[in-house]
Every structure is written in C-alpha cells, then in structure tokens.
Design a protein around this ligand. Structure first.
Ligand code: HMG
Length: 412
C-alpha cells in the first residue's frame, strides 16, 4: 500500500519585518543576518492571529479537492498552544466544518511535533485506508527582544492531507529517530518567549542528525547519494547548510564540491528566508519551497527529510516525488501570498510584539488587522472567539469565499 502526502498548503501572516530594519535598530551589520544566518525577513503575526487562525487558513487550502467527510483525524502540532487542556485541533475542526466522526488532538515535541504527527498518520491510514488525516503544524517563533534569537523569529502554518492516495510525495516506511534529554531550547508555562542556549542547540541538532541518519541508513540501506534533494528543519537557513555539509562529511561525501552539495538544499530555502522560523511548520515549508520553486521536474526524485525538535527529538525519513505532483501544489497562491505582504516599520513590529491578550479573564475585542480567512475576534467569558474574516475575497486566492461557514465559532 502506498501512503503519503496528497495535498500541501501553508499560510504565513500578512506582515513582515525586514531584518535590515532590525539590524539598524540593534546596531548589527545586516550581513550577519542576510549572510551569516541566511535570513532576510521575518513574518510577524498580527494581534488577531494565533496558531488556530493560521492553521485554519492553511487547512482551508489543503482541503481543496478533498472530500471533507473522508477526514478521520486532525492532528495539530504546535509549541505555541493556546490552552492547556483543549486541543487547537478542535477549534480548526469546528471552523472548517469537519465530520463529527473524527479524532482531533494536539501533539507537542518542539519543532518535531509535526513529524511525530506524520509518523502517527502513516499507521492511522494503514489501518483505516478509507480515511485521511489532516496534519496541522502552526507556530509563532518568539524570543526576547534584543536577544540573539530575535532575528530568528517568524510565524506560519503548514497543512497536509495524508492518505493512501498520495499525489505529491510517496513516503518510504524506513525512519531513523533519536531522543536525548537536553536543555537547548525550552519555554516554561509562565513565559511567552522561548529560552535558548543557541550555540549548544546547534551542536545538539547536528548530533541528533548523525544519530537519526545512522538508524535510517541501517533500516533503509540507502546512502547519501541515493537522495537527490534534502530538506532540513530550518530554525534559520544557515542551519541547513551546516547540516548538509555535516551529513556529507559523516558519509564520506565531502569530496563533492560545496556548490554541488548546496544545490541539493538551496531551493528548499526560498520560503523560510522570508518567513523566518515557523517551528513545527518549518520542515514542511521547506518541502513546499523545494517542490514549488525548483526549475527541474522532480518526478521520481528522492527527498531526504530531517526533522529536529529541541529538548530533543529528531527523525530522518524520505519520500519520492510522484508523477503529476505539480498539478496538486498551490504554487501560485503561495507566491502571491508572500509577494503581497506588508512591511512593518520598527515601531509597529514592537507594537505587535508587545500586544498581549488579557490574562485576568476580562472580555476583549481584538483590534482588526489584515489576516487570512479566519481571525481571532476576541475573548469572552475566558473563551477565544474565532470568526470568518468577512472579507469578500480571500486575498491569497482568486476564488470568492461565498458558501463557506460564515458564523463566528466560539470554542469553549
Ligand atoms: P549569535 O550568537 O548572535 O550569532 O546568534 P553568531 O555570532 O554565531 O553569528 C551567526 C553567524 O553569522 C556566524 O556564522 C557568524 O560567523 C556570521 P557561522 O560561523 O555560524 O557560519 N556573522 C557574519 N556573517 C557575515 N557578516 C557579518 C557577520 N557577523 C557574524 N558581519 C544563534 C546565532 C543561532 C545562536 C541565535 O540566533 C539563536 O540563539 N537562535 C535561536 C536558536 C536556534 O535557532 N538554534 C538552532 C538549532 S535548535 C533548533 O533548530 C530548534 C528550534 O527551531 C526550536 C524547536 O525545536 O522548537 C530553535
């Protein structure tokens, strides 16, 4: 039985900060950001967006052409969750009108939670081949202002449907995995910003890559050059370069010129260069970037995928691109969404960053900004109120939105 990715879509906020603006304000040479870490812009979520609205926006498009009644599970990976008890998956399930006979739950293990969901979905559809799984990965990457991590912030959501009718990527069953108890990056419940030991986190990332690769190689019998392209978790783009050169060295392929090695990862970096880290969504944003921006026909090409979540857990796996995959991508919509964004000046970036929802239980109406199809309208009686944005046209799509669920959804 073939199992894999049938549809793939992403959403990133309408607003971004150019890292040139950040560099000027922080007195840093902009080349450190543009070249040193490989990042140019970072997406900034508006005050009326959260992981639910971003995921709903991505899911709306991932479900185009899919019979919604076939969705048997919604698995939502995030590390910027909005509730300690209720899964963000249930809010999206409701906003998108998914069938009641469905499992909906949240998964957490830093950036690797989405890959845990993907692994779990393979078993789910193998046992229930008539059903499909909607995987959501949505995060706001947030560090302290004026900290080394600030330039690696970002936001976004990825959504994918996994089924026995894959149209984009056929996932191979061999996986290499790794877990180690480390404090490289974490976020205690009382903080909105992650704590991080940046340099150490890079070391652990590479160690986890070594170990996950070794198991994957043993299981699959595949070597480095059995893969045509590689996508790595992207906390910042330079990390992918470090990871790929590390893997080439580890597998004794460091005689290949750097230029040739880097051509195996470069097209996967275009989107994250201008969105920043989107934690759980980042690897899948990289995969979309590769598939959608590559000038070559990738049919039949094997892509190696490495997922890393601080703390830490990692996985190496791979898949083969399916014939006709281009027809099922949302390349034009994604390109337009990225091109039509609005640049923030530094004061507005700080305003967005410093905006907080009340934590004392008072009711609150969220200021209205440019969002996708779904927004966070506010809080009432301790409940987040989501609404359909009400705009007549989805700014990232040419289709009108009539016929979609127009009611606000108050999810308790
Ligand atoms: P830093 O320490 O301020 O930067 O922050 P640096 O001094 O290491 O410089 C960065 C690079 O820029 C270096 O390149 C410099 O040489 C270069 P490298 O040596 O690494 O190749 N550079 C310049 N280049 C050109 N012109 C210049 C210039 N100046 C310097 N003028 C750090 C960097 C990554 C530590 C920081 O941004 C950080 O803490 N980020 C957050 C943590 C992180 O992203 N870790 C990555 C691995 S952990 C992970 O991936 C998981 C994560 O996504 C979370 C999760 O799983 O949930 C984070």
């Amino acid at each position: 039985m073939r199992i894999g990715i049938e549809t793939l879509a992403f959403y990133t906020p309408h607003y971004f900060l150019d890292l040139r603006t950040l560099a000027e304000k922080r007195g840093v040479d902009v080349k450190k950001y543009y070249d040193g870490i490989g990042q140019e812009k970072m997406a900034v979520a508006a005050p009326d967006e959260d992981v639910v609205t971003m995921a709903a926006n991505a899911a709306h498009h991932a479900l185009e052409g899919i019979d919604r009644q076939s969705i048997g599970a919604v698995m939502f990976a995030t590390e910027s969750g909005i509730d300690q008890s209720k899964a963000a998956a249930i809010y999206v399930h409701s906003l998108l009108g998914l069938p009641k006979n469905c499992m909906s739950f949240e998964i957490k293990q830093a950036c690797c939670g989405s890959t845990a969901a993907l692994q779990m979905s393979l078993g789910f559809v193998a046992q229930n081949p008539k059903k499909k799984v909607l995987i959501l990965a949505s995060d706001v990457a947030r560090y302290d202002l004026d900290s080394p991590g600030e330039a690696t912030q970002g936001a976004g959501a990825a959504a994918m449907v996994v089924s026995v009718e894959p149209r984009i990527l056929d996932l191979s069953p061999e996986w290499g995995t790794y877990t180690e108890d480390v404090m490289d990056f974490w976020r205690p419940n009382y903080r909105e910003e992650a704590l991080v030991d940046g340099k150490y986190s890079i070391k652990v990332y590479l160690r986890a890559l070594t170990e996950a690769w070794r198991e994957y190689q043993q299981e699959s019998g595949r070597d480095f050059d059995d893969h045509d392209y590689y996508c790595y978790h992207l906390p910042f783009n330079k990390m992918s370069r470090k990871a790929h050169l590390h893997l080439a060295r580890l597998t004794h392929h460091d005689d290949i010129p750097d230029e040739e090695l880097l051509s195996q990862i470069e097209e996967g970096l275009s989107y994250s260069r201008v969105t920043g880290n989107s934690y759980t969504a980042s690897l899948y944003l990289g995969l979309m970037s590769l598939l959608e921006t590559s000038r070559c026909d990738l049919t039949g090409k094997r892509i190696g995928l490495f997922s890393y979540g601080s703390g830490c857990m990692a996985a190496f796996f791979s898949g083969v691109v399916l014939p006709g995959y281009r027809k099922h991508l949302q390349t034009e919509r994604h390109r337009r969404m990225l091109c039509e964004r609005e640049e923030l000046d530094f004061a507005r970036y700080e305003d967005f960053y410093l905006h907080h929802l009340p934590t004392d239980g008072s009711d609150y109406e969220t200021p209205k900004h440019e969002t996708g199809l779904y927004r966070l309208a506010g809080i009432k009686d301790h409940k987040r109120i989501y609404e359909f944005s009400g705009a007549a046209v989805d700014r990232s799509s040419t289709e009108t939105i009539s016929g979609l669920q127009k009611n606000s959804v108050a999810a308790a």
